[in-house]
Design a protein around this ligand. Sequence first.
Ligand code: T3D
Length: 259
Amino acid sequence: MFATVNYTVENQIATIAMNVPKTLNAIHLQMHRDLFAAFTAANEDEAVRCVILTGEGRGFSSGADLSDIDFADRIDYGDYLQDTYNKLLRYMADMRKPVIAAIHGVAAGAGLSLALACDFRLATAEARMTVAFIKIGLIPDAGAHFYLPRIVGLAKALELSMLGSVLNGTEAERIGLVNRTLPEAVFHEEVRAFAQQLARMPALALGKMKEIMYKSLESDLETVLRWEEEGQRLMGRSADHEEGVRAFLEKRFPDFRGR
Ligand code: T3D
């Protein structure tokens, strides 16, 4: 469907797999276009309840495609970010569906930034994660300054960014950079099982929760309490709330419809 991204939908789960294995899924202009189109497709498809972002081959993503850089004809990186990563990052932040980064192999530079912008990170113990930018004289981008300190705390965010050190999945789990590590042999099956669990949850509530949780990072208690009042007012009228309560009282599994 896309030149550099495989996009599939199965059992309410959309999988977006970066697909340039030769460079460990280095991100170039075409991949930016394809990623944006794939995320749009997943977001606009009402049947999709959960999204997995991953990479084909032996890596998640090695970050920006360094072979694309032409120092004889330098582009303005600020403008480039605006047109590419930042467009996608804003779109992902506005999505009301849970997004899982499935990280096997390497996630470096902007590849790791994309994973940080997902709601969950699942990795193999052998995965390698590095902020990497400092190794080529750049600052982190694609939202890493926002997400990294919020996920691992300021001290670790500065350490990982300034040293450009490489963490494996186990170390990343220890500092909260990934939610959990999964055995390599069953990685993709376990990621799908996790996604399936999310896909069965009340989608309206997940979307509202995501919206408030992210907005709360830049707000105050009074404002968040008001968002919760408004949000719960909506959830209280939803069919999923009714189904959840009925299922509890009838001692059966709920069948949530996302309404
Ligand atoms: O454009 C802008 O606005 C600037 C923004 C920049 C954002 C960024 O993401 S900066 C950070 C960019 N990424 C990196 O600096 C990482 C570079 N890659 C590496 O350090 C290593 O390749 C890895 C640690 C990721 C993996 O190492 P390893 O030993 O497993 O694999 P390898 O042999 O190094 O890589 C395999 C192939 O992929 C190799 O090609 P070859 O020799 O087989 O033909 C390698 O050149 C290629 N490759 C890996 N990373 C990139 C890449 N090609 C282009 N761009 C890459 N980022």
